[in-house]
Design a protein around this ligand. Structure first.
Ligand SMILES: CC(=O)N[C@H]1[C@@H](OP(=O)(O)OP(=O)(O)OC[C@H]2O[C@@H](n3ccc(=O)[nH]c3=O)[C@H](O)[C@@H]2O)O[C@H](CO)[C@@H](O)[C@@H]1O[C@H](C)C(=O)N[C@@H](C)C(=O)N[C@H](CCC(=O)O)C(=O)O
Ligand SMILES: Nc1ncnc2c1ncn2[C@@H]1O[C@H](COP(=O)(O)OP(=O)(O)OP(=O)(O)O)[C@@H](O)[C@H]1O
Length: 494
């Protein structure tokens, strides 16, 4: 594709300079990635203004630059009034509108997005369909894994990945859509066939400031889904969540509701039985009952399973076949994952880092523990300060004993984080201890555990990168600390 062909896809523009016939190598918004033959797009970000990098992009071989502000450079400049919108339009055009060719499921909500994408992936694999996943854990194109920085990447990365998915015969892509991505236009031009809402609770206030703004941000996924009945669009909505009516009104698509409380919902889970390592329930859809067996535990995962099954069903696949695939999912990495088990003590790692997720996972663990529930958790640095006492309170009130410690401090002073956690300690509570060092907290929790107990490490899931108070970044996983802690316990006992 040459410059003329690419920029024909933008209606309102002012071009300074003359386009050459050269083929475009790629489009990018980052000078650190610029190669000869690229088109560079200037984005005004949170830290830098891309316009300041335009000259550097030309030095590195950019053959055209898209800008909003006046530039003095010796390659054609395409002026537009919104470079982020232009970036989404150009990325779609450059990669040939690949999301139109895939079946796209977008999942939003505070908690449960990652889990739901992996439920969908397992169903797709069970149905022998090519599958794509995009989210917090990374990108998967069938079985090829690609690491990412963002839960929902920028529009260029997205379109490039969709193209790759299409080339690799992916039939359905399940992607997490963060509220930040919706607000910042990262998913502009993504043709979702199905949009899913898990739930909405207090999170990400550093960006949205109020719950109303946060709810409005997530609603964009539903209001942006194609306003046409030529291709079927479906909104899969959680009837147990307060957003249900609001989001139902926002979409022109057909709605499939799901619930574990309301028998009037389309996908209704009843007769639910919770076991230590699996869950069974009856799925009722239009008076037909399907027996579901899942290796995921916890009430919240029944909701996630309903969302996952409804999403694939919305694309036209047989519900009987979908239900038959559910046992194939053994678990989701870092989400209630058994990290170690010995002496009848089970150690789980989980990604709960919001008050609601903590409540849900602690309730689940209390349900299955034969003995005590010993929790280990902290609060992330540099964000969501108001969550800190709330999480502290929940952890101490719900666990039999809570080891409070550091999560990723992200360069913030851990002593400061702890000061903000302290007001959440319930009056008179004695069932907690604070160890600044997370490894020490995990070891102490393991030391305390007796047969029948569960140690639950929350907040980090399967994260491998740890960014501490001093600004140092190094490899650290809760799972490895748990295994080492169990070995240490065995040594201490002998
Ligand atoms: C605050 C925010 O949203 N930041 C995102 C944003 O970066 P930014 O606005 O800070 O960009 P910037 O660093 O100021 O740079 C501006 C422009 O100059 C360019 N530049 C910059 C430096 C240089 O040397 N050369 C150059 O060309 C940059 O490429 C960019 O185009 O655009 C980047 C590219 O798309 C994102 O990777 C980055 O996400 C950062 C890593 C981030 O932490 N984002 C969070 C807030 C986020 O989006 N989180 C959600 C998930 C949340 C959840 O559900 O838990 C997510 O979807 O990941
Ligand atoms: N439906 C749900 N409702 C409430 N809590 C949930 C739900 N599903 C999972 N959780 C809890 O939230 C944690 C994170 O789950 P998951 O990674 O699936 O959510 P997410 O929406 O992708 O989160 P993030 O946006 O932080 O990446 C889990 O480890 C579990 O403790």
């Amino acid at each position: 594709m040459n410059l003329e062909q690419l920029f024909n896809h933008i209606k309102f523009k002012h071009v300074i300079g003359t386009f050459s016939d050269a083929q475009i190598n790629k489009i990018t918004q980052d000078t650190r990635e610029v190669e000869s033959g690229d088109v560079f797009i200037c984005i005004e970000g949170a830290n830098f203004d891309g316009h300041g990098y335009a000259a550097q992009a030309v030095e590195k071989g950019a053959i055209a630059v898209v800008a909003r502000k006046q530039l003095d450079i010796n390659v054609p400049v395409i002026y537009v009034n919104d470079t982020t919108k232009a970036m989404a339009m150009l990325a779609n055009a450059f990669y040939g509108y690949p999301s139109d060719k895939l079946k796209m499921i977008g999942i939003t909500g505070t908690n449960g997005k990652t889990t739901t994408t992996y439920i969908i992936e397992a169903i797709l694999k069970g149905l022998k369909l090519g599958s794509g996943v995009i989210g917090t854990v990374g990108i998967k194109v069938n079985d090829t894994f690609i690491p990412t920085i963002n839960t929902t990447p920028d529009s260029i990365t997205l379109q490039r990945v969709f193209k790759e998915m299409d080339d690799e015969n992916v039939a359905v892509c399940a992607m997490e859509v963060s509220s930040q991505a919706l607000v910042k236009g990262r998913v502009w031009g993504v043709d979702f066939d199905v949009a899913v809402m898990t739930n909405l609770t207090h999170e990400h206030m550093e960006l949205h400031h109020t719950m109303e703004a946060y709810q409005a941000a997530k609603k964009l996924l539903f209001s942006q889904m194609g306003n046409s009945y030529k291709t079927a669009k479906v909104a899969v909505l959680n009837k147990d969540d307060e957003t249900f009516e609001d989001y139902r009104e926002a979409t022109v698509g057909e709605v499939l509701s799901y619930s574990i409380l309301d028998s009037e919902s389309d996908f209704f889970a009843t007769n639910i039985h919770y076991f230590e390592s699996h869950t069974t329930f009856d799925l009722v859809y239009l008076n037909e009952t399907y027996a579901v067996h899942s290796n995921l535990v916890g009430e919240y995962n029944v909701s996630n399973l309903l969302a996952g099954m409804a999403s694939v069903f919305a694309l036209g696949y047989s519900l009987t076949e979908i239900v038959a695939t559910i046992p194939s999912l053994l678990g989701v990495s870092g989400r209630m994952e058994l990290a170690a088990k010995a002496d009848d003590i089970s150690l789980y790692v989980d990604y709960a880092h919001s008050p609601d997720a903590m409540e849900k996972v602690l309730a689940t663990v209390k349900n299955i523990a034969k003995g005590k529930v010993i929790a280990v958790f902290g609060c992330t640095g540099k964000r969501e300060f108001e969550k800190r006492p709330i999480m502290t309170k929940i952890g101490i009130e719900q666990a039999d004993f809570a080891f409070l410690t550091a999560d990723e401090a992200m360069g913030e002073d851990q002593a400061e984080i702890w000061e903000m956690m302290k007001p959440g300690i319930p009056e008179g509570a004695t069932n907690y201890a604070y160890y600044e060092n997370r490894v020490e907290a995990i070891y102490k929790a393991i030391e305390m555990a007796e047969p029948g107990d569960i140690v639950l490490m929350m907040g980090r899931g399967n994260d491998t990168r740890y960014y501490d108070s001093n600004g140092w970044i190094y490899h650290f996983t809760d799972k490895e600390a748990a295994v080492n802690g169990m070995n240490r316990r065995a040594l201490l006992q002998n």
